[in-house]
Design a protein around this ligand. Structure first.
Ligand code: FEO
Length: 402
């Protein structure tokens, strides 16, 4: 329990060891935190809980610091179990305490826990008086689920933003200005890319909605990672770039390989890209994984994807990466497909179909090599890499001019 402002406490859990989130699609190599907050005024409100495995520890720890019976209101901003997991145990101890959540929150909490708690459904603008201060609720559907909502605490000007503005970063340092800034922003972009990209339009609208409310925000308290208490403009401005997938002059060459022929092509494409004045990165989909692919794609302008042909289609891990990316709906990208084949083609063509589905601007026909690429094919790969770099510069330049 740590006081973050007078009579407002962080009562969450730092999870140093989690390495996979959402099943396995999100690799959390820096761990995470589940942030829960206790607001004391004439009445006391608890905002969110922690992931289920830490439920008992959470409730016992809370009970040591504040008698559970003194909690007047529970606010459940989002039913996903990384935030609602501790509710079951908590509500067993205080079964009549009202649970404030969105209308969809009632539905999803009932679906998760099959309990008829004392739910109080709220909508945007509804207020809960704590005495001198009020919690004002703001529905935030699909940030991250249809049930998600934010809460704004008057007087202290704190926005409890649940998943928005979060990061999977385990730290005891608690605040954004105390942690390593490079690590923080790497985790922020990774989080945005892997969790929020499909809902970018709604993120943009929510930021505008807040601007139009013209309320002061001194602190943003998300449900994962650090609390934003200084330079709030940096994360808000970063979100504004990410909602449009604002491209940098950056090229990715993503590949899988069987006997290294597609790898040779990938490396030649990268050589060509490096000749342009761009940031260029090679991604081996099997060793780097899909979390890295999604994170790097967010601000990349041009991407080549390569796979050998296996059983007349593409390699399974490349299919997984492209399927994951397709669900995340990145916008404004350009690229092409490449890959080697033996007795039958198929891999590169299938990649191109994914790219078309994702509305990539297709920069050239699939670049293919039978068996092992010849020097002539590798030269064609270098030229294709230069094409990627030129396009990346063009797209990044067009954004600068906007
Ligand atoms: Fe952090 Fe959507 O849960």
């Amino acid at each position: 329990m740590r006081e973050i402002k007078k009579n407002i406490y962080w009562v969450g859990k730092v999870d140093w060891e989690i390495r996979e989130f959402h099943g396995s699609e999100y690799s959390t190599h820096r761990g995470t935190t589940y942030n829960s907050y206790l607001v004391e005024d004439e009445k006391t409100a608890l905002i969110d809980t922690v992931w289920s495995p830490f439920g008992t520890e959470f409730v016992e720890s809370l009970d040591k610091h504040v008698s559970l019976k003194d909690i007047d209101f529970v606010v459940a901003q989002h039913a996903e179990i990384d935030h609602s997991g501790g509710l079951a145990e908590l509500m067993e101890r205080i079964p009549d305490t009202p649970v404030y959540c969105s209308k969809n929150g009632v539905k999803s909490l009932k679906g998760h826990f099959h309990k008829d708690w004392n739910f109080v459904p709220v909508k945007t603008g509804d207020k809960l008086s704590l005495g001198k201060k009020e919690l004002v609720f703001i529905e935030a559907p699909l940030l991250h689920w249809p049930d998600s909502m934010f809460s704004y605490l008057t007087e202290d000007n704190i926005l409890f933003s649940n998943d928005a503005f979060g990061q999977h970063l385990a730290t005891e340092l608690l605040y954004n200005d105390l942690v390593d800034q490079d690590e923080l922003f790497q985790e922020c972009i990774k989080y945005y890319a892997n969790i929020l990209t499909p809902f970018s339009g709604l993120v943009e609208k929510k930021i505008e909605e807040f601007k139009s409310l013209n309320v002061p925000i001194d602190m943003i308290c998300p449900s994962h990672g650090v609390i934003w208490r200084k330079n709030l403009g940096t994360i808000i401005s970063a979100y504004k770039d990410w909602v449009v997938c604002k491209p940098k002059a950056k090229v990715l060459v993503v590949y899988d390989t069987m006997w290294k022929s597609t790898e040779k092509m990938a490396r030649a494409i990268l050589e060509g890209a490096i000749e342009g004045d761009v940031e260029a990165r090679l991604i081996n989909i099997r060793t780097d994984g899909i979390t890295v692919l999604a994170s790097e794609t967010l601000d990349a302008a041009a991407i080549a994807f390569g796979s050998p042909t296996l059983n007349m289609i593409l390699m399974p891990q490349m299919a997984a990466g492209l399927t994951y990316l397709k669900g995340l709906k990145p916008v404004g990208k350009a690229g092409f497909a490449f890959g080697s084949y033996g007795w039958a083609k198929g891999g590169a063509k299938e990649i191109e179909a994914y790219l078309k589905d994702m509305k990539f601007e297709i920069l050239r026909e699939p670049l293919q090599a039978q068996f092992v690429p010849s020097e002539e094919t590798l030269e064609e790969c270098r030229a294709a890499g230069r094409l990627l770099a030129d396009k990346a510069q063009l797209l990044a330049g067009a954004q600068k001019g906007m």
